[in-house]
Design a protein. Sequence first.
Length: 246
Amino acid sequence: MAVLLVTGGSRGIGAALVARAAAAGWDVCLTYRSDADAAEKVVAAAREQGVEARAVRADVAVEADVEAAFAAADAMGPLGGVVVNAGVVAPKSRVDAMSAARVGEMLAINVVGAVVTCREAVRRLSTAHGGPGGSIVIVSSAASRLGSPGEYVDYAASKAATDTLGLGLAKEVADEGVRVNVVRPGIIDTEIHATGGQPDRVARIGPMVPVGRAGTADEVAAAIAWLLSDEASYCTGSVLDVAGGR
Ligand code: NAP
């Protein structure tokens, strides 16, 4: 089967997706920024499914890193799919207290990184570039429509940018064999909340979600895996909320 590249595959939603993709027969190239041990554990679990897997250290905010990650995926075989998953939040802050440095770092990862990752994906997948076609899934956030007031409006705005990236790119490459879709998770139980300085966020907000709980990384991975698959062959430019009704 073809190769799937997953950015930010060392934990959370990306790691859950790698497990599902491996079980579905994808060879997987995953990227991570800092935690090599966690990435290698995800790789080992994928290999137990009988597929090829490897991890590449690559900061999506660094263009050359993204290019190197795609080159590593190329060495595994023909690319068939890309999941634009790597993303960060920042500590809780109102807009009137945000520094330009904070916002710039967030946009470099969540927006510039996403666009450059999509660029490399299209250069390989699009029939206009001699590619076989394929599927791109962008992991946005319900924050793009909620706005995250008092918490991280900059993050919400960065995710709104990825929604629009998905909508526009889907139309741009629709007749070149490439489907592009967006998944918007709600509050999901991963380490991202602790990295943003709110380790209690899931326990605090989960019960206020209409379904009464936070989601799991695997529940988001299931939606991504479906959009990647041929079962979703007529879906492109779709935005799928996986947010428990929030
Ligand atoms: P997570 O548990 O914090 O994992 C983030 C992953 O991205 C890790 O593999 C991390 O690698 C990697 N990463 C972080 N910064 C990176 C960078 N600059 N370059 C490359 N990789 C980087 O996050 P998650 O909760 O699974 O979130 C995944 C995606 O879902 C993000 O785009 C996030 O915005 C979105 N999302 C999450 C939630 C939620 O509630 N969890 C809700 C809505 C949307 P290292 O481990 O090496 O640092």
